[in-house]
Write a protein that binds this ligand. Sequence first.
Ligand code: NDP
Length: 301
Amino acid sequence: MNTCKLIDGKAAAARVLKQVQADVLRLKADGIEPALAVILLGEDPASQVYVRNKILRAEEAGIRSLEYRLGADTSQGRLLELISTLNNDRAVNGILLQLPLPAHIEETRALQAIAPGKDVDGFHSENVGGLSQGRNVLTPCTPSGCMQLLEDACGDLSGKHAVVIGRSNIVGKPMAALLLKAHCSVTVVHSRSVDAKALCRLADIVIAAVGRPRMIDASWLKPGAVVIDVGINRIQEHGRSRLVGDVDLDSALPQVSAITPVPGGVGPMTIAFLMKNTVTAAVQQAHAQRSPSEATCLSIS
Ligand code: NDP
């Protein structure tokens, strides 16, 4: 396998986290201690692992974390009450509501209850709208991480043709908006697209966010394309359980100029950008609370 074409997401995430750590130190010296509140409802095993990892990364970065583990039968009213308390708590900078939520909770209502300035997942409609207008708002972590990987691999993205496969609210749509903001020409394909493969073969950049194991092989890719594989799919193979992406890595590798592996590609960047968003939120809140002269020294990389 030609491993030099593999984009190392773990190393890229470590660089982001190192920068976050340095920013946190500078903010603490200025009397600001960034804090992230994580809310988990129920005991979904995958969500528990995600939350544990988020808390661990926060601690490593020097970010104070507050965990709210609530029962799966928590009422919507109780959840909204907690979100409201955290919105009004000046010591909390970011609020993350771990998805998926139990069926009796209205997901949109709960996400909309989070104050946009503390919405470190970037899912509030005010942040979604701001992103589509090209404003600097808190943006979803996975697409933000993909952009960093692309910029590291390609440099200036201006004028490149990017095809995003998938149009979900958490990956596909914000990804397309970020690529557009970086001056790419963007095509979004989905399950109703006619000949998605032919459209994809025209792309300089392919972002696969489908959730179908190894759906995209070399026949989907232009020679020299850069591929970011967002998919995380658990499959059984040779009697073992393993994680694979939406891209067939062995088939794609000879065709591409760079590609993210699964695992070890996009995954680590998602948590790193959650930490970055928490620090950004802390700085923005401090700016809003302080007088202009007090706030001038507050900046992050
Ligand atoms: P969704 O299921 O919400 O969206 C999947 C998208 O793929 C939909 O827009 C769907 O189209 C499209 N699609 C399905 N089949 C096809 C097809 N045959 N051809 C073209 N498009 C198709 O998934 P998510 O966006 O939430 O996640 C996508 C993948 O990314 C999953 O594997 C998920 O686990 C992973 N993921 C990874 C993260 C990370 O940190 N690395 C974070 C988030 C997600 P339509 O809209 O028409 O139904």
